[in-house]
Design a protein. Structure first.
Length: 254
């Protein structure tokens, strides 16, 4: 099952991705985490892994990939970026950081001043996710950049379901309305996870967001805050995260 995790900046997308990956891994699943955020340099630390080489380099780097994009746009036939279907085990080792049954890929990062936009990362993410075949024991978690540009790039096409993280802010609630509309247009099921939502803010959000689509409410977790501050691996025994993993597992097996 391929799951895309989205939301506004700072809502907790990477936190949920890291925690969910660890729970699914602990349940015996092979988990591929795709870091699709060109400006996030912390997800690998949350997973206790090294940052892998940019997958863009598999295609010769950003400049060469842009040339492929141009060829695709100008051609009457779609340019294929992959010459065969891949399983998780087929991903070249230099582009994967791995520990037990969690693997991490970074599509691409912004490394230098003036190097250009993140468009190639979005295009590559779309084709990568669509090209990966998964088995009964596999999960793919896609941690996206903030906002909705990934919808514009069609990254959702290869995913089976979307998780949106909502934090206690007007921006997050308002964004959920737009993402709901985009997910419907894309024909993808959308579920919500509330993060750091407590007390009156929880009541307000429940009035704004379809309750039957809310999978869990994650409280403020001091251990996660401290680990994130120090750049340490996340580790928490959360019944809420386990309930999300259970829901996804049951949905996968239908």
């Amino acid at each position: 099952m391929k799951i895309l995790i989205c939301g506004k900046g700072g809502c907790g997308k990477s936190t949920l991705t890291a925690l969910l990956a660890q729970v699914l891994s602990g349940n015996g699943y092979n988990v591929l985490v795709v870091d699709n955020d060109e400006s996030n340099f912390g997800l690998h630390r949350q997973l206790g892994l090294e940052l892998p080489e940019d997958f863009l380099n598999y295609f010769g780097g950003k400049k060469d990939f842009v040339e492929r994009m141009k060829a695709s746009f100008s051609s009457s036939e779609e340019v294929k970026f992959f010459d065969k279907r891949w399983e998780i085990a087929d991903i070249p080792g230099e582009y994967v950081s791995k520990n037990d049954n969690i693997s991490l890929m970074a599509v691409g990062k912004i490394h230098n001043f003036g190097e250009g936009c993140a468009c190639p990362m979005g295009v590559l993410s779309k084709h990568l996710i669509k090209n990966i075949d998964i088995g009964n024991n596999d999960f793919v978690l896609v941690d996206t950049e903030a906002g909705i540009e990934h919808f514009g790039r069609g990254v959702e096409e290869g995913c089976d379901a979307l998780l949106m993280v909502i934090d206690p802010s007007y921006e997050s609630i308002h964004l959920s309305e737009k993402i709901s509309s985009l997910a419907e247009t894309a024909g993808k099921d959308l579920y919500y996870v509330l993060n750091r939502v407590e007390g009156e803010s929880k009541t307000i959000i429940y009035e704004k967001v379809p309750e039957d689509r809310i999978l869990a409410t994650l409280p403020v977790m001091e251990s996660i805050f401290k680990a994130g501050l120090l750049g340490n691996k996340f580790s928490v025994d959360s019944s809420d995260v386990k309930s999300i993993a259970t829901f996804l597992t049951e949905r996968k097996e239908r």
